[in-house]
Design a binder for this molecule. Structure first.
Ligand SMILES: NC(=O)c1ccc[n+]([C@@H]2O[C@H](COP(=O)([O-])OP(=O)(O)OC[C@H]3O[C@@H](n4cnc5c(N)ncnc54)[C@H](O)[C@@H]3O)[C@@H](O)[C@H]2O)c1
Length: 321
């Protein structure tokens, strides 16, 4: 018998939210999704296997919030405008979607008697501190409006536990990748952009020399961390690194992808580094392993192969079919 039945996934038309909704439905939960399609897609909802309620609208809209939260036991808050460059261009828009929406949702959740609130936090909170791996006890140092707004959400989660007893858990994702990640814009995650470029015979764009590194985490691992976070019996009001604890440079990543896609010929298109991007990122995941039972269920290469298989049958492959 699951410890929670009725759950809300915000941002469920997005990459992580739609994969999470899939797993929640598969495990027998009743799922409601709320999304305003600012960066999400109807196609992602259509790919979800099973039935769910859907509320279309913005989390900053009171009517939408009321409909979304009614009768819910656990909230998985994935909605955000998840992009550093976008936040540099539009800091206010990012603040509204990341920080204000989180505060409004927390307030509504508390008032409606929701028990558990799992928040998609971001490793961007660590900034560019030279110490690796990044551990939760390090002082945050956000470098972009996106990082600042996401960190604000974490602080509100912590305060809502301390003041109101809402059982919040913040999961700091490092670079998550997998099926349904949108490869089609400069705001997209690097793995989805690399795969799209390689599969279309193009040159993957690298901002900088490619020696920057990331802790790439396959979607199934993050989905599992979310479900564990909704089931734990204590450890609320706290933040956990949800990542594999490994580090791969973009140049290394590209070599693996070139091998898997048979594109040994492909050369990177190097562009100037982007403002606000951090150089290196790697998680110390021991707190998540200990408290959440975090597991590296799917490693980098297997995850990349799964993502490429999905891409081949996705709408993004249409123009090469
Ligand atoms: N993908 C990563 O590597 C990564 C890393 C760190 C943190 N995160 C966090 O994980 C979460 C999910 O990211 P993703 O990669 O799935 O992004 P995504 O863009 O695919 O999904 C975000 C979803 O939220 C929806 N949304 C945005 N603002 C909304 C609002 N005001 N009201 C209703 N819906 C709204 C969008 O339409 C979209 O469907 C985000 O909170 C992001 O900050 C992601």
């Amino acid at each position: 018998m699951p410890s929670f039945e009725k759950c809300l996934v915000t941002g469920g038309a997005g990459f992580i939210g739609s994969n999470l909704a899939d797993e929640l439905i598969r495990s027998g939960r009743e799922v409601r999704i709320v999304d305003n399609f600012s960066t999400g897609f109807r196609e992602n909802l259509e790919e979800i296997d099973g039935s769910f309620d859907f509320v279309e609208g913005d989390l900053n809209d009171e009517t939408v919030l009321s409909k979304a939260v009614e009768g819910i036991e656990a909230i998985f808050h994935q909605a955000a405008l998840p992009s550093v460059p976008r936040s540099v261009e539009d800091p206010v828009g990012t603040h509204e979607a990341c920080a204000s929406a989180t505060l409004r949702l927390l307030t509504k959740a508390k008032d409606a008697g929701v028990r558990r609130f799992v928040y998609a936090a971001s490793s961007s909170a660590y900034g560019d501190q030279p110490v690796l791996p990044k551990v939760e006890t390090m002082a945050p140092d956000p470098l972009s409006p996106y990082a600042a707004a996401k960190l604000m959400g974490e602080h509100y989660c912590s305060v809502f536990y301390r003041i109101y007893g809402l059982e919040t858990v913040s999961l700091r994702y490092f670079n998550v990748f997998g099926p349904r990640q949108n490869p089609s814009s400069m705001y997209s995650g690097v793995i989805s952009r690399f795969i799209d470029a390689l599969m279309k015979g193009g040159a993957p764009v690298i901002f900088g020399d490619g020696e920057q590194s990331r802790d790439f985490t396959y979607i199934a691992n993050v989905v599992n961390a979310n479900i564990r976070a909704a089931e734990i019996a204590d450890g609320f009001g706290e933040t956990y690194n949800a990542a594999n604890g490994e580090r791969t440079t973009l140049n290394q990543l590209l070599e693996v992808l070139k091998r898997i896609t048979d594109r040994a010929d492909a050369a990177a298109d190097h562009q100037p580094p982007r403002k606000g991007d951090v150089l290196h990122s790697q998680a110390d995941n021991s707190k998540a392993v200990e408290v959440l039972g975090y597991k590296n269920l799917v490693g980098l290469e297997e995850g990349l192969r799964n993502t490429i298989e999905w891409w081949k049958n996705s709408r993004f492959a249409d123009d090469v079919r």
